[in-house]
Structure formats: structure tokens, C-alpha cells
Design a protein around this ligand. Structure first.
Ligand SMILES: [Zn+2]
Length: 72
């Protein structure tokens, strides 16, 4: 039982290290979900509302402006 509690506390500590500490250090950004941190996208899918009927974005990610990270 004690071992299980230790694992839970250890897991919480890991989460704190990963999520809370960077925020205290001032890096208040998260990896961009649109380009997954690469800063570049290559998107095209059918979109009737767009000219030509296709959504097309290639090159610099419009969400993070190519930085790969966005403010949370
Ligand atoms: Zn991006």
C-alpha cells in the first residue's frame, strides 16, 4: 500500500515538474497544436467556403507564426 502511495506522489511530482515549473520560469508557452512545434504546416482539405473549394495552407504556421509555440 505504501508503495502505491509513493508511486502516486511520484507521478504528481512528475506532472508538477513538467507543467508547473516551466510556468514559474517564465516560459509560458505550449507547443503549437497546429504544426506540432515544427512551425510549418502543409494543410489541404476540401472546404466549400474557400475559393476553389479547398483549404490550403503551406509553409509558415498561421497559428504560431512559425515559432512552433503559442502562448497558453
Ligand atoms: Zn504552429
Amino acid at each position: 500500500m505504501d508503495g502505491t502511495i509513493g508511486l502516486i506522489i511520484g507521478g504528481i511530482a512528475m506532472v508538477v515538474m513538467v507543467w508547473v515549473v516551466p510556468r514559474f520560469l517564465g516560459t509560458n508557452t505550449v507547443t503549437c497544436t497546429r504544426c506540432r512545434g515544427s512551425g510549418h504546416v502543409s494543410e489541404h482539405w476540401p472546404d466549400p467556403s474557400k475559393p476553389g473549394g479547398w483549404h490550403r495552407v503551406e509553409g509558415e504556421c498561421p497559428k504560431c507564426k512559425g515559432k512552433g509555440r503559442t502562448k497558453s
